[in-house]
Design a protein around this ligand. Sequence first.
Ligand code: HEM
Length: 334
Amino acid sequence: MKRSCSFSSSYCCWVLSVVLILFAVASDGQLTTGFYANSCPNLFRVVRKEVQNAIKNEMRMAASLLRLHFHDCFVNGCDGSVLLDGNSTTSEKFAVPNLNSARGFEVIDSIKNAVESACSGVVSCADILAIAARDSVVLSGGPTWRVLLGRRDGFSPNFTAANASVLPGPFDSLDQIIAKFSAVGLNLTDMVALSGAHTIGLAKCAVFSNRLSNFQQTGSPDPTLDASLIPELQTTCPSNGDGNNTAPLDRNSTDLFDNHYFKNLLIGRGLLQSDQILFSSDAAQNTTNTVVQTYSNDSNRFFTDFVTSILKMGNISPLTGSDGEIRKNCRTRN
Ligand code: HEM
């Protein structure tokens, strides 16, 4: 029998509608949770196992992987560009916020290798970062969510953007931080919720030791930092010592993804100036104080808002459709 539109006009209309809907879904660039359901059905299991192994080896890796997703998305969108190798004037790895600081690239390599073994040439490095970030949060005791997928990888790193203060820095004022989040479509609540990522991980002396003595040429430590912490932090970070020594961002709850970071802010125990500024007199006019207070009292609310905001962050200018590529090796374009 000849299968043609004369066979049944209603059948034809139905097929045409399905094709049009599929085309619309594919071409409007929306990320979807089921993007790899057919092309890489074991994807989540494979990534979870690799992240688990990495964290078993070093708990801090959860924090480092979460941060990589953030540093990817803020710089020209979530396109895996932070993973590209290059020299000191091309690769984002050499940009100030990442140099000697961003870590976890070898773990992403292992995940990518495992994913390539399961389904070759299908899953982007940008999506691997998004799934690894989710898994890192879950394995640290935080909330879970369904990761939106379908990003493709950029062809080149964006050194200039990464080096040009697109990313918020530890010495930024609250207004500067708000402006940087706003520039990528994230509001004040997103900013506070996502800063809650500092509930895990470490920071090196170079980004907070300015608070420990002669803060802003006053001859004294930063008055907004809990004074009882200063002797210990000074021991960790002696003046003219190794700026690479580290301290926990969320003291007394370093490896657990919880709302303790916000409780610490209420008592002056934010490690970075940019953490403490979220609960400070500067913050009063911006209402971040209220958001910090809410999260410190209500961990469910923090978790719910964190999930909403990280999904928004993961949706910053993704490459979709036929843009970009699916890198075979996350460090180089194909
Ligand atoms: C609000 C503006 C932010 C500023 C100024 C900031 C700055 C920093 C700095 C300076 C460090 C320490 C890096 C080092 O010492 O090597 C750090 C660590 C970290 N950041 Fe942020 N960050 C911000 C927002 C975020 C966001 C939105 C996320 C993720 C959603 C995030 C996740 C992390 C994590 C998990 C670490 C610990 C990394 C590790 O231990 O390897 N940060 N951040």
